[in-house]
Design a protein around this ligand. Structure first.
Ligand code: GUN
Length: 277
């Protein structure tokens, strides 16, 4: 079973970006807005900020209290929309329940929407003419490419239909010529579907959900899950030990999709920056 090393792939992408940045007089700038004190979100934002600094970007981290009003957050986004030193704006999700996330996402101008979550960028991706597309699915495509997986005609099953992963993942795979099924909480006989898949993207957020009796011999397993265990350790949505020897390739957790997501965020920021040159 081949282990797809996301850590090394991400490192290589970051090196390429850092070299590109050296030729510009003004550094690309990324603003990350974090609202509240969710521990996982704080960790993700810290990692994103660190990665920015490492490749020579300008990084602006904005931390707001969880009782910020929707109006205040909107004016923060508008301020960043107009800031010429900021090329990318990311609002870490989830937001507190009293704030309409959709309204905040749509307030970010599409040119600076480095998450690719705005309806304009989602629309472009779904028409296969993407400008900036969501980081995790784009990172997954790079991982599949790294093992020379030709997706044309492949049967792909996605577990999870979120706006952040499942839905844009379906569009990326469809654009690459695959046949795609998106499974979710209401899906009947899910193992029937996963058992005939050539590629499975597990993004359900359920620890060790995908087991040996869910898959066929030779399947490629992409594990997007990050689940914290009672002992503090991290595990994916795939039961790694159980599928070992049956799958042909797998992305590990940690060290798989996670680092790629961050590297692609930097790449998206560079794309946004270069579009303005
Ligand atoms: N929360 C979990 N994943 C993401 C992501 O890719 N972008 C943002 N903005 N929030 C997230």
């Amino acid at each position: 079973m081949k282990i797809i090393d996301g850590k090394t792939l991400a490192q290589n992408l970051r090196k390429k970006i850092a070299n590109q940045v050296k030729q510009y007089s003004r550094p690309p700038g990324l603003a990350v807005i974090l609202v509240g004190d969710d521990e996982a979100s704080q960790l993700y934002v810290r990692n994103k900020t660190r990665a920015c600094v490492e490749v020579g970007f300008y990084s602006d981290q904005i931390h707001k209290s969880s009782n910020i009003t929707e109006e205040e957050l909107l004016s923060e986004v508008n301020r960043l929309n107009e800031n010429q030193n900021i090329d990318g704006i990311l609002v870490q999700l989830p937001l507190p329940l009293h704030i309409d996330s959709n309204k905040i996402i749509e307030a970010i101008i599409p040119e600076k929407d480095v998450d690719g979550f705005s309806s304009e960028n989602v629309g472009k991706l779904s028409q296969n003419k993407s400008f900036i597309s969501p980081c995790t699915p784009k990172g997954v495509m790079k991982m599949l490419d790294s093992i020379k997986c030709d997706l044309r005609g492949k049967d792909c099953v996605i577990i999870g239909a979120s706006n952040i992963v499942g839905r844009p993942m379906a569009m990326e795979l469809l654009n690459a010529g695959a046949t795609v099924q998106v499974c979710h909480k209401g899906t009947k006989e899910i193992t029937h579907k996963t058992k005939s898949a050539d590629v499975i993207i597990a993004a359900a957020g359920v620890a060790n959900l995908v087991k040996s009796d869910w898959i066929k011999e030779g399947v490629i397993l992409i594990d997007v899950g990050i689940n914290r265990q009672a002992d503090g350790s991290m595990t994916g949505d795939v039961d790694f030990e159980d599928v070992n020897g049956i799958a042909s390739a797998i992305t590990p957790v940690p060290g798989g999709v996670g680092p790629m997501t961050i590297a692609v965020l930097l790449e998206n920021t560079l794309i946004a920056y270069e579009a303005k040159l």
